[in-house]
Design a protein around this ligand. Structure first.
Ligand code: SAH
Length: 560
């Protein structure tokens, strides 16, 4: 919950706008501000105070405990011009909240946390437990000093401008090491502990057994990613309590699945009790990995420890048609999260300024699609966080399908949709896509012309609005006239046709003509061509395809 506090009428007006925008996330605290701040501080994860920063500093100072648990606090000035992240920028989420509040109120977000201000990922924001000299190493990264990155476990981290050697070190490991001076140890959740137990096992016994096994393997409990067991033990209180103690999920598997996992130490007891010859080893190994500690036993419990290889992350990101404000915030966030960026050189140019320092860029020229897809997947398999970019939507005549055809289930894949050329052009032309429509690429590089022609015919017969992608290039000039002729067989010569070149880019041009009037020579590879259906009309210079089937019939009757 976000607590909202204000003192004056102007502050209350801004507060009410925020409360109206986020009815489910916010709660207004009225009454004397001192009491309101105290109550909100105790009850909410975040506060937005429509008060001077000085007043808020004095009010919250006596309430502060720990930056890991204190709420994030944002101050908005009387005039609603600035949203200041005052307290808990990272852990309290105040930096993000200041930006969100800024968007709702039209205020400028003010963020002063050092790592954010110069655009580095803060070491404490990576989502991994960090131990050691976080402040000193963050400062060294900021000051551009040599910081060595020593990743024993591959993990999809955002870019860190760290090199091979330096006076400071960021170490990514699950091993039990104590960070030295100038060192930060990041703990990836690479360990899985499989647990089996007889009914009624005490939580203390499970904890003692697991703790001993981790110590013996020389690994840190901070790298524990999950506890695993058989379905039948999902509710066993001692195991559930142990998972809660470590702050990790308890993952369970059906006995049949565990029975199929090859383990070094099967036995008859669990086979009789739950139907699998191994619970601890099999559930730890169920998703693969390296067995660090084979089954060990206490009176009522068993456990085994497995290290899983790092799981890389591939984000397939659509950049939109060109304009920066048609790039979605989610796409932007993914670009900044990626340590490796793969894409066509001209698309890389489109977003280069958004990348964090240290991002490795793998760019290539037109035509190297398969290779780009393979490279992106291979980098993700190495445990990296990778963004594979494409213009418009990356799944439309673009990189998503070749990449996912290469990918296996050993990486995570995230898709971020983008505004396609057809949609961008549609918005410029008016409302040409108001009823059923298709996109057809006229490039016969990947598709035989007979297939393309059959689809154009089908669209013509079905009276679909058609957007042609890749309509014409220097060496490919007869396809567009041919396709238009097929449509003209089913549509009037006066059917509106929209031609949009470089939609949303600085040299954007567009015009609306007709099937009879279009000059294919004015069309090139930067263009999409949208042909209306039999109901599409031009209204006040805009292309409009009526929405309903009923409306369409009425319109036809009127025309008669
Ligand atoms: N993934 C892209 C399409 C890539 S195919 C998308 O979703 O939009 C490349 C073709 O898209 C170009 O030949 C052109 O026909 C069209 N195109 C891409 N961007 C465009 C833009 N800004 N304006 C007009 N057409 C564009």
């Amino acid at each position: 919950m976000i607590g909202l506090i204000s003192a004056t009428a102007a502050g209350a007006a801004a507060r009410d706008r925020l409360a109206a925008a986020w009815p489910d996330r916010t709660r207004v605290y009225g009454g004397p501000v001192r009491d309101a701040v105290r109550a909100a501080f105790a009850e909410c994860e975040q506060l937005v105070c429509f008060l001077a920063t000085g007043a808020v500093v004095r009010l919250v100072a006596p309430l502060l405990e720990d930056k890991r648990s204190d709420p994030g606090v944002v101050c908005v000035d009387e005039g609603g011009r600035f949203a200041v992240s005052l307290l808990g920028g990272h852990a309290g989420g105040a930096n993000g909240l200041a930006r969100e509040v800024g968007e709702v109120l039209g205020a400028e977000p003010v963020v002063t946390t050092a790592t954010d201000a110069v655009d580095l990922a803060g070491l404490d924001t990576l989502g991994l437990p960090a131990e050691g000299d976080v402040a000193a190493v963050s400062r060294a990264l900021l000051d551009g000093e040599e910081v060595a990155l020593d990743a024993e476990v591959a993990w999809p981290l955002p870019p860190l401008p760290a090199g091979e050697r330096g006076a400071y070190t960021v170490r990514v490991t699950d091993r039990l090491v104590t960070p030295g001076r100038g060192e930060v140890v990041l703990r990836p959740p690479s360990l899985v502990v499989g647990v089996g137990a007889s009914r009624g096992v005490p939580a203390e016994e499970v904890l003692a057994l697991v703790g001993e096994a981790l110590r013996e393997a020389g690994v840190s409990a901070a790298s524990l990613g999950e506890l695993a067991t058989v379905d039948a033990k999902a509710g066993e209180p001692g195991i559930v309590a142990a998972a809660r103690h470590f702050g990790v999920p308890l993952v369970t598997y059906p006995a049949e699945e565990l029975a199929r996992v090859e383990v070094p130490n099967p036995s008859d007891a669990p086979l009789a009790a739950v139907g699998t010859p191994s619970v601890a080893e099999a559930s730890a190994l169920a998703r693969g990995g390296e067995l660090l500690v084979p089954k060990r036993k206490s009176a009522m419990a068993t456990c085994a420890v497995v290290r899983r290889p790092g799981r890389g992350r591939l984000a397939v990101v659509g950049l939109g048609p060109g304009a920066r404000d048609l790039l979605t915030p989610r796409a932007k966030a993914e670009l900044r999260r990626a340590a490796v960026l793969v894409g066509l050189d001209q698309y890389v140019e489109q977003i280069r300024d958004l990348l964090r320092p240290g991002t490795r860029i793998i760019e290539s020229g037109l035509g190297a699609e398969e290779e780009r897809a393979r490279t992106a997947v291979a980098e993700a398999r190495r445990g990296q966080s990778v963004a594979l970019i494409g213009s418009g939507d990356a799944g439309v005549y673009a990189m998503a399908s070749p990449a996912l055809a290469e990918a296996s289930d050993d990486i995570d894949v995230v898709g971020v949709p983008g505004v396609t050329a057809a949609l961008a052009a549609g918005a410029i032309l008016g409302a040409p896509l108001g009823h059923d429509h298709v996109s057809i690429s006229l490039s016969d590089l990947h598709t035989p012309w007979e297939v393309i022609e059959r689809r154009v015919r089908a669209a013509a017969e079905a009276d679909l609005v058609v957007t042609f992608y890749n309509p014409r290039s220097r060496g490919r000039d007869w396809q567009l006239p041919k396709a238009l002729a097929i449509l003209a067989g089913h549509r009037a010569p006066t059917t509106p046709v929209g031609v949009v070149r470089n939609a949303s880019r600085p040299d954007e041009t567009s015009r609306i003509t007709t099937l009879a009037g279009i000059d294919p020579a004015t069309v090139d590879m930067m263009t999409v061509v949208t042909v209306g259906n039999t109901a599409t009309r031009t209204v006040a210079g805009r292309m409009v395809t009526p929405r309903g089937y009923r409306w369409q019939t009425d319109a036809k009757q009127e025309a008669r």
